[in-house]
Design a protein around this ligand. Structure first.
Ligand code: ADP
Length: 171
């Protein structure tokens, strides 16, 4: 039985087959969840990321998880919010879709996401949650390997936004 679950927590502690990193296009680390993932994974993660030559917004690249409990890290730069008329919605959907495709390709059964773009990148939380929930559910309808997707929220406000979106979506 496939499932989508929303939880409160620190994604660096989650033992999923893959955790997703809300990266920037350099893939060389940054603040927020990106910094936390690099700190927890250790310097080998940055070493591997250096060889990837960055990643365009909405696309995704995969590395090993090193000292993390997760086997893989999938790095995706979400869009920076610029008012909404710079293809932000489409790019955020691409980040979720391409991350999930990569997880499927690598045989991952469980995948954990942070709330991509809703921190420093300022994507409005309610709109981002709708895109994330819709894209994840659509993907789970046809995935073969990926069975469980977890949305790991770092604060209560984010968790509540995703829970509300999920209950609207399922009703
Ligand atoms: P972006 O640049 O894509 O906006 P941020 O890292 O600034 O990325 O924020 C994305 C979301 O990740 C925010 O909701 C932030 O609170 C959350 N976050 C920060 N640290 C962690 C963590 N360790 N685990 C899960 N989520 C986190």
């Amino acid at each position: 039985m496939k499932s989508f679950q929303i939880m409160l927590g620190d994604i660096t502690t989650v033992a999923a087959d893959a955790i997703v990193n809300a990266a920037n296009t350099t893939l060389l680390g940054g603040g927020g969840v990106d910094g936390a993932i690099h700190r927890a994974a250790g310097p080998e993660l940055l070493e591997e990321c250096r060889k990837l030559n960055g990643c365009p917004t909405g696309e995704a690249k995969i590395t090993k998880g090193y000292r993390l409990p997760a086997k893989y890290v999938i790095h995706t730069p979400g869009p920076v919010w610029q008012g909404g008329d710079h293809r932000e919605a489409e790019l955020l959907e691409n980040s979720y879709k391409n991350s999930l495709k990569l997880a499927e390709l690598h045989g991952c059964r469980t995948v954990a996401f942070p709330s991509i773009s809703t921190g420093v990148y300022r994507f409005p939380l309610d709109q981002a949650a709708k895109i994330a929930v819709r894209t994840i559910h659509r993907f789970l309808e046809t995935s073969e390997r990926v069975q469980e997707v977890w949305m790991v929220c770092f604060d209560e406000r984010t968790k509540q936004a995703y829970e509300k979106t999920e209950s609207d979506f399922s009703s």
